[in-house]
Design a binder for this molecule. Structure first.
Ligand code: SF4
Length: 229
């Protein structure tokens, strides 16, 4: 995927530079709603180097996502992120990773000369939904266990089989336990999952304005709402 926007600056709320880099491909690839793990190429570094060149360090915070987990970056990209942190005086670096990498976070953080924070696509704190969506985060995994490793979570809204109560229960847990959370309205894609259109309408009209009152929350109605993708 070469036509994606890969650099943006978030000027409201949690101010930061936000970049979408290429990894070497998601190793999980099972989430039922996902088709973006296709964003990889034979030479991700060639895609990533010009994007990292755009980073200015203006807010001292760099948020790096890829279509998969940060542990799936190639070594040259990891080294260039570390160099960019040094060169641009980045103090806080955010990554996303899958639950299966939880025991590797500390070792991965050691690559970077700054504070490193992790976010996880938990999608829901309702284990039945997570299992149905094949997230790979087991029934016995509690929000408190997730919080031991991750400071932020991404939640999903608007799916078939989900209810308004499910969404708000997960939002309540994210608000109580985590430093950051996003709530992403599901956008139809090439996966087999469908939107619940009525739930999406209620989400956009009624729930999103309530969630947006929190300084920890970002509500994403389109996949590109953070300026990349
Ligand atoms: S949502 Fe993330 S972890 Fe799941 S298949 Fe897609 S890229 Fe992989």
């Amino acid at each position: 995927m070469s036509d994606l926007e890969r650099y943006s600056v978030i000027e409201t709320g949690f101010r930061r530079e936000f970049i979408l880099l290429q990894g070497t491909g998601c190793r999980w690839r099972k989430c039922t709603f996902c088709d973006y793990y296709l964003d990889t190429s034979p030479d991700p570094y060639a895609v990533n180097a010009p994007v990292l060149e755009e980073v200015t360090g203006r807010y001292g915070v760099l948020d790096v996502i890829n279509s998969g987990s940060a542990m799936e970056f190639d070594d040259r990209t990891i080294a260039l992120i570390a160099e960019t942190v040094r060169k641009r005086n980045i103090e806080d670096l955010w990554f996303e990773t899958h639950w299966m990498y939880r025991s590797e976070l500390e070792a991965f953080s050691a690559h970077f000369p700054c504070r490193v924070h992790y976010r996880i696509g938990v999608e829901s704190f309702n284990p039945d939904l997570r299992i149905r969506w094949k997230k790979g985060i087991g029934r016995d995994v509690t929000p408190e266990m997730i919080r031991k490793y991750f400071e932020g979570v991404c939640l999903l809204a608007g799916m078939e089989g989900q209810t308004e109560e499910d969404i708000m229960e997960s939002v309540e847990i994210a608000e109580r336990l985590f430093d950051y959370y996003s709530v992403n309205l599901f956008c139809p894609n090439s996966s087999a999952e469908k939107r619940n259109e009525e739930l999406c309408r209620i989400f956009a009209a009624e729930l999103a304005p309530i969630i947006r009152r929190s300084s920890k929350a970002e509500v994403l109605i389109e996949n590109t709402d953070l300026g990349v993708g």
